[in-house]
Design a protein around this ligand. Structure first.
Ligand SMILES: O=C(O)C1=C[C@@H](O)[C@H](O)C=C1
Ligand SMILES: CC(=O)C(=O)O
Length: 307
């Protein structure tokens, strides 16, 4: 299973290019970046440096707001050369980038899961149009405030991001799991973790929570246009798929993949996207989801292939 990012093949891509270690594609509204960090004994410094490149590119390219990131981390629960879990090493580098470089946007929506390949693949979606609001969940401690029992530096992401734009708003839901406060709940219980994950999602996208963030909207599981589910154990995939297809009833493109997760006691994680008033932006559609005009599109959402 290799973490990878789709790159655009759509004829609508305005441009593609490479800068430093980054590859990018952009259209009128979005900049899509992908970068691979080769495996090493420790990753924090390389992660910090790659994030510095990402912040620089989004800055001078005129797409200043990072609205979504995906991180596919080889051996995510393994130990680095110092015995620190790889994910925690990754979080140290990312936190340093945010603290030292202070990007102009709020904490972005993100996903951080395992990849059975080596190294770290980072995919970024940035925009220049619209107003981006970071969304938190009142039932969860913001990840960037997690205590040090989860690592020397906390993860740097928001529970969701809400992008208000003239063409139609977009809600980006971060990878969401069975965490209440800052603790994993229902350890060892797949259905308990899935139920809590779905409850967290309903809370994040519900009207009262969005209103607390100054966003006018009320959504539920049936409003999702795309859902991606990461499941730690392959034998759990059928049961998780049955539940997800029963609750995400808005005919979304539900994808399930086997993947390790950022905490060794997590069994399942769900991310998604909601298009508000209109179609999903082309960059967010799956390759097999032609747009209404029938033109093929290639979504930015990365592909984490099953083993
Ligand atoms: O570290 C992240 O960016 C992250 C990890 C998981 O909690 C989940 O995938 C969301 C984001
Ligand atoms: C671990 C996880 O999913 C979170 O921090 O939200």
């Amino acid at each position: 299973m290799i973490g990878s990012c789709d790159t655009w093949s759509s004829a609508d891509a305005v441009g593609t290019g490479a800068e430093w270690s980054l590859r990018y594609t952009h259209d009128d509204d979005f900049l899509s970046i992908s970068v691979f960090i080769p495996p090493s004994g420790r990753c924090a410094e390389a992660v910090r440096d790659v994030y510095a490149e990402i912040f620089a590119l989004t800055g001078w390219s005129g797409y200043p707001d990072i609205c979504r990131l995906w991180h596919y981390i080889g051996d995510i629960n393994g130990a680095n050369a110092d015995g620190l879990e790889t994910y925690r090493d990754f979080c140290v580098g990312r936190a340093r980038a945010f603290e030292e470089l202070r990007p102009p946007f709020g904490m972005p929506a993100a996903t951080g899961v395992g990849s059975s390949g080596e190294g770290i693949t980072v995919c970024v979606l940035a925009t220049r149009a619209g107003r981006l609001t970071a969304i938190e969940n009142p039932d969860q401690v913001p990840a960037y405030h997690y205590p040090t029992r989860y690592g020397p530096r906390p993860p740097s992401f928001a529970r969701a991001g809400y992008l208000e734009r003239a063409e139609g708003d977009v809600l980006f839901l971060s990878g969401t799991a069975s965490i209440v406060g800052h603790e994993t709940v229902h350890v060892g219980d797949l259905h308990g973790q899935l139920d809590r994950t779905l409850t967290n999602i309903r809370t994040v996208v519900g009207g009262p929570n969005l209103a607390r963030h100054g966003v006018d909207g009320h959504f539920g599981l049936a409003d999702f246009d795309r859902v991606k589910v990461y499941v730690r154990h392959a034998e759990h995939l059928p049961a998780v798929e049955a539940v997800c297809r029963a609750v995400f009833t808005g005919d979304p493109a539900v994808e399930l993949v086997r993947a390790d997760l950022c905490r060794s006691d997590l069994l399942v994680e769900v991310e998604g996207v909601i298009a508000v008033r209109g179609a999903l932006p082309r960059v967010l559609r799956r390759a097999d989801q032609p747009d209404r005009a029938g033109a093929p599109t290639l979504a930015q959402a990365p592909v984490v292939s099953a083993p």
